[in-house]
Ligand binder design. Sequence first.
Ligand code: PCA
Length: 196
Amino acid sequence: MKKLLITGFEPFGGEEINPSWEAVSRLPDTLGGYALTRLLLPVVFGEAAQKVIAAAEGIDPDVILCVGQAGGRDQITPELVAINLRHARIADNSGAQPQDERIMESAPDAYFSTLPVRKMAEAISALGIKAGLSYSAGAYVCNDLLYTLLARFRGKKTRVGFIHVPYTKEQGKEPCMEMDSILAGLCAAIESMDAQ
Ligand code: PCA
């Protein structure tokens, strides 16, 4: 069976939960021909990616799929691109708040995801769940994670992608999405990762 390393984040920005980890922790152990290994990540620049890279060394996954919360979005959004920029509106969970810094000196400005993200967005939409391809993962910890992983696994067998999910109902903010829809959406995205 193929191996999927799937990650979610701890809460940040004053929230009590992070829907990304709530969803990732509820996924089945096998899905779409993949055996899942789950990893909870700190919302800390640099550290999140280092944790994934360390775990990947032991697992040698075929795919790394990271999930994060995007407050303010009303749909599930696979991310097409990560940019070589750190710019934080709020401090991360270690207190760091980089302003207009590069993630890696002498590295490309951006990397595209190596998963079929447009197909994944379409597979979610086909279930009647709101989804769309996103062309910006922002400049906070999620973008930092995606950029660093894409740089690390460039030219290697491990494909890398990221999906942002909205707030859930329990967080009491708008817009939001039912956890069941987020879960079904993630399942559809994973099942479509190998679609031609
Ligand atoms: N969302 C943040 C970081 C952690 C998370 O769940 C982001 O979009 O960068």
